[in-house]
Design a protein. Structure first.
Length: 167
């Protein structure tokens, strides 16, 4: 690549597979529990929840902020949640994933480790992701919210006014 020139994909670019990354961000400590899995179904999500259950010390309440993906609302996931009372699920409204701090973590993962990477197999891709997770946990930084809460609340009120008005 030359300075000032955009990167492109060549005509012979090949994807050697994809993976699903489940990640749980501890916003107070900055640590991440992550696991790559082949698919993103309710079965894999429950396995990930069991991983969180085993990793987080007993007695701590766990608040899980989720998007509205179907696997997160599956009846078997709801049954799992009923059996694990220290977990609380909080769903973000549709199209507002910016509320979820883990989206920022995924962006860092993409720009710092995956973009422009060469992965000859799914195993190579998962190894790169796992190294990034380990590096994050070696030097964790707490999540700091930088948005002004008053501005957010004002924007929500403006949105409600528009939705409630008769056009």
């Amino acid at each position: 690549m030359k300075k000032g020139r955009l990167g492109t994909l060549t005509h012979d670019y090949k994807r050697h597979g994809t993976t699903t990354l489940f990640a749980a961000l501890d916003v107070l400590e900055g640590k991440v529990i992550g696991r790559c899995m082949q698919r993103h179904r309710h079965q894999e999500f429950i396995r990930f929840l069991n991983l969180i259950e085993a990793d987080v010390p007993a007695g701590k309440i766990i608040h899980v902020i989720l998007d509205n993906y179907a696997a997160h609302k599956h009846p078997k996931v709801r049954a799992w949640l009923a059996r694990n009372p220290r977990f609380g699920f909080h769903f973000t409204p549709t199209s507002t994933s910016w509320l979820n701090a883990v989206e920022g973590y995924f962006a860092k993962l993409t720009t710092r480790r995956l973009k422009r990477g060469v992965f000859r197999s799914i195993v190579d891709l998962q190894a790169a992701i796992n190294r990034f997770l380990a590096e994050t946990n070696d030097n964790p930084r707490p999540f700091t919210w930088t948005a002004d809460p008053d501005k957010i609340i004002a924007a929500v009120r403006r949105g409600h006014q528009v939705l409630d008005s008769d056009h």
